[in-house]
Design a protein around this ligand. Structure first.
Ligand code: GYE
Length: 359
């Protein structure tokens, strides 16, 4: 790998927060200095010769999904496993994320992992990574305006949206519900997870003549979900029978708002509540009959990223796109047959064992 003779500028140069226990890992083994600037002339930027240094520019800490994603990376890219991980929580700030990537270039890390907050605005900084000879592995959300990265590991968000739409069609038919009036609480605008889930679900809605009342940005947070749902409850009182939340945390916020407004939802209520992510806390709400169906997005990309890195270290070629497996969850009352583009789907019943095994 091409390396430049760069000084290593650690925590002091970071304008964005580094989580305790991650950013300092560079110096924990044999080198006691974690703030000094040093100039190295070898290909190894870690404290020991075999350590692989990685910079990870994470989206933020907005959701249970994000917490699981961060933990997955920290577990896999631990010091004990031979890694020196510089972790930056970008707090949903795209400018901070670009700055984090540039700081990794200055540190001359061996690999950069990016979970892009938004899907555009990447070509310049990815060119800088390329010029520095640092392979970039993108996880989760996609980059649309540049292909200057080595690999991407994640999920097909449009498929998740299509799954939710096709499930709703089959579920509504099974319940004799002929009219769908839906409200969407979207994820952060411009995130590929938001774009794909909206596109997929709306495609099925249009094909079936459903009425989309509104879509507003809940920023993938519980607070965002609650405040959007509070305003929906006022503006669309008595007019909606489906709420689509683009992640579990937004669904939790929407549940609070509907509870406060006296609106019933879930398997025994008036409103069908759809969610995405299917983290442990989301599945608990499926089990409690509050979330009618939950469409998984797998946050555990790190083991796949490690495979990519091992192949690159061995000089092997890697796949440009790696998709992770996902499941669609409900209780038996809401398990229906449906297919996506002619491909039959299997739904998973939420049991205590399923919940315990989830992240
Ligand atoms: O759905 C949400 C998180 O990018 C797929 O981001 C991810 C999304 C996930 O905040 O919970």
């Amino acid at each position: 790998m091409k390396k430049k003779l760069l000084g290593i500028f650690l925590a002091a140069t970071m304008a964005v927060g580094m989580l305790a226990g991650c950013g300092g890992a560079a110096s924990d083994s044999s080198d006691s200095s974690d703030t000094a600037s040093t100039t190295e002339d070898s290909g190894d930027s870690g404290a020991s010769g075999d350590t692989i240094s990685i910079g990870f520019a994470q989206v933020g800490h907005e959701s249970d999904w994000r917490t699981a994603s961060t933990k997955s990376c920290q577990d896999v890219f631990s010091e004990a496993n031979g890694y020196d991980l510089s972790f930056v929580d970008c707090d949903n700030d795209s400018a901070a994320q670009l700055e984090a990537v540039r700081s990794f270039i200055e540190q001359d890390v061996d690999y950069i992992i990016i979970d892009p907050i938004v899907s555009t605005g990447w070509d310049t900084v990815l060119t800088e990574c390329e010029d520095a000879g640092i392979p970039v592995i993108v996880i989760d959300r996609t980059i649309e305006d540049s292909d200057k990265y080595t690999a991407w590991v994640g999920s097909n968000f449009k498929t998740e949206g299509l799954a939710a739409g096709e499930w709703l069609k089959a579920y509504a038919e099974s319940k004799g519900i002929s009219e769908i009036n839906y409200l969407t609480i979207a994820g952060s605008t411009g995130a590929s997870a938001q774009i794909g889930r909206s596109e997929g679900f709306d495609e099925i809605a249009e094909a079936n003549g459903w009425n989309k009342l509104d879509e507003q940005d809940g920023d993938f947070t519980e607070d965002g979900g609650q405040s959007i749902m509070e305003s929906y409850c006022k503006s669309y009182e008595g007019k909606f029978n489906v709420v689509v939340c683009q992640n579990d945390n937004e669904a939790f916020g929407a549940m609070t708002a509907m509870d406060n407004a006296g609106i019933t939802y879930g398997l025994d209520g008036d409103v069908i509540l759809i969610s995405f992510d299917a983290c442990t806390a989301g599945l608990e709400q499926v089990k409690a009959r509050k979330i009618t169906a939950d469409f998984e997005c797998n946050p555990l990309a790190a083991p796949f990223v490690e495979e990519v890195i091992k192949k690159l270290e061995a000089g092997e070629s890697v796949e440009k796109e790696i998709f992770m497996e996902e499941h669609w969850y409900a209780l038996t009352d809401a398990i229906v047959d449906f297919s996506i583009d002619g491909e039959a789907q299997t739904m998973t019943e939420v049991t205590d064992d399923v919940i315990d095994a989830q992240y």
